[in-house]
Design a protein around this ligand. Structure first.
Ligand code: NAP
Length: 320
C-alpha cells in the first residue's frame, strides 16, 4: 500500500509517497481504508520537528481521516467491515491508503457527511467543543468572540456555539473568510488584520464586553482580548506561535481568566463526552464540516504549505 513517510524532520518536502507493508488489525484494533485524510496545523508542527512530542522516525503523518472499515481485530464489537467511519487518532498515521486504529478512536459517519468532510471532524470539532463547553463553560445567550473564525477550529466553534444559543462574532483575514463565518452563523464578522477590529467587537458587545474569546493566535491577540472581556470573562488559548506581553490588571479588574486548551489533556471520560456530543451533532445536521480543498495524497507537501498560509477557509484534505 502507499503511504506518506517522513524520514527526517524538516520542510514539507520531507514527506514522500512510498510503498509500505500492509497492516493487520490486532485484538481491539480496526483497519481503515482511508478515503480522505485531514491536514491539521499540528501535522505541520510535528513534521517540522518543532513540537514537544515527536514520533520516532520514520513515521506516517496524520491523525484525522474518514473511510470504510476494512477488517476488525478480535473483540471489536462496535464496528464491522463496510461501516462508514471517521477517526480521531490512529496507530499508524492517516496520510496513507490504510490506517490502523483503536476502536475508541472511531466514530460513525452519517450518510449525509462525505468522506472529505469526515476527515475534517475530529481535531477541529473536538477542540472547539472542549474550548467552548468543557473549559469556557459557555452558556446560551452569552457573547462569544471567535478570533480566527475562518479556519477549521473556528468554523467548528461557530457552528457549535450558535447551535447552543450563544451570540457569536468571529474574525477572519479575508473577505471570503468573513463571508464563510457569516454563513455559518456569526452575527458579526471583523477583519483581524485591521487595527479597528477590537473596537468593532466592543461595539457589538454593547458596553458589556464578551463572555468568551476563543483565541487561535494568542501571541498576537491576547493583550487585546483581555480588554474585550466582560466581568467574569474567559479567554481560551487554543493556538499560539510565540510570546506576548499582557497587563495582568486587565484580568484582575474583571475577575477574568485565561485558560489553555489542549485536546490531548482531555481525560478518557471527557473524550467520551466529546465524542457523544459530536455524534449527536453530526447525526442531526448541526455540524457540517467545511472542506476548502481536496488534494491527492502525493501532494502532502503542497497541502502543508497551504495549511500554514493566511487565507483559511476550512479544511484541506488529502485523497489517497
Ligand atoms: P487553520 O484552519 O489554519 O486556521 C487558522 C485560523 O487562524 C484562521 O481562521 C486564520 O484566519 C486565523 N488567524 C490568522 N491570523 C490571525 C490573527 N492575527 N488573529 C486571529 N486569527 C488569525 O487552523 P485550525 O486547524 O483552525 O487551528 C487554529 C489554531 O489552533 C492553530 O494554531 C492550531 O495549531 C491550534 N490548535 C490547537 C489545538 C489544541 O488542542 N490546543 C487543537 C487544534 C488546533 P485567516 O487565515 O482568515 O487570516
Amino acid at each position: 500500500m502507499k503511504a506518506i513517510r517522513v524520514h527526517a524532520f524538516g520542510e514539507p518536502e520531507v514527506m514522500v509517497l512510498e510503498d509500505v507493508a500492509g497492516l493487520e488489525p490486532a485484538s481491539g484494533q480496526v483497519l481503515l481504508r482511508v478515503e480522505a485524510a485531514g491536514v491539521n496545523p499540528l501535522d505541520a508542527y510535528i513534521r517540522s520537528g518543532r513540537f514537544g512530542m515527536l514520533p520516532s522516525l520514520p513515521y506516517t503523518p496524520g491523525r484525522d481521516a474518514a473511510g470504510l472499515v476494512e477488517r476488525v481485530g478480535e473483540g471489536v464489537l462496535g464496528v464491522k467491515p463496510g461501516d462508514r467511519v471517521y477517526v480521531g487518532g490512529s496507530l499508524s498515521g492517516t496520510y496513507s491508503e490504510r490506517a490502523l486504529c483503536e476502536e475508541r478512536q472511531i466514530g460513525r459517519l452519517p450518510e449525509s457527511i462525505s468522506y472529505a468532510q469526515g476527515a475534517g471532524i475530529f481535531i477541529p470539532y473536538a477542540t472547539a467543543y472542549r474550548a467552548l463547553f468543557q473549559k469556557a463553560r459557555a452558556l446560551p445567550s452569552e457573547r462569544v468572540f471567535i478570533h480566527g473564525g475562518s479556519g477549521a477550529v473556528g468554523l467548528a466553534a461557530i457552528q457549535l456555539a450558535t447551535a447552543a444559543g450563544c451570540r457569536v462574532a468571529a474574525s477572519a483575514g479575508t473577505e471570503e473568510g468573513r463571508k464563510l463565518a457569516r454563513e455559518q452563523g456569526a452575527e458579526r464578522v471583523v477583519d483581524h488584520r485591521s487595527e479597528a477590529h477590537g473596537e468593532e467587537v466592543r461595539e457589538w458587545a454593547q458596553g458589556e464586553g464578551v463572555a468568551v474569546v476563543l483565541e487561535m493566535l494568542a501571541n498576537v491577540n491576547l493583550s487585546q482580548d483581555l480588554d474585550l472581556l466582560a466581568v467574569g470573562g474567559r479567554v481560551m488559548v487554543i493556538g499560539s506561535r510565540g510570546s506576548v506581553e499582557i497587563d495582568p490588571r486587565a484580568i484582575l479588574s474583571r475577575e477574568a481568566c485565561v485558560l489553555g486548551v489542549s485536546l490531548f489533556r482531555a481525560s478518557d471520560k471527557e473524550m467520551a463526552s466529546i465524542r457523544a456530543a459530536l455524534e449527536a451533532g453530526l447525526a442531526d445536521g448541526m455540524l457540517r464540516p467545511i472542506v476548502r480543498e481536496e488534494l491527492p495524497l502525493e501532494q502532502a507537501p503542497l497541502a502543508h504549505r497551504r495549511a500554514m498560509e493566511p487565507g483559511a477557509l476550512g479544511k484541506i484534505v488529502l485523497i489517497p
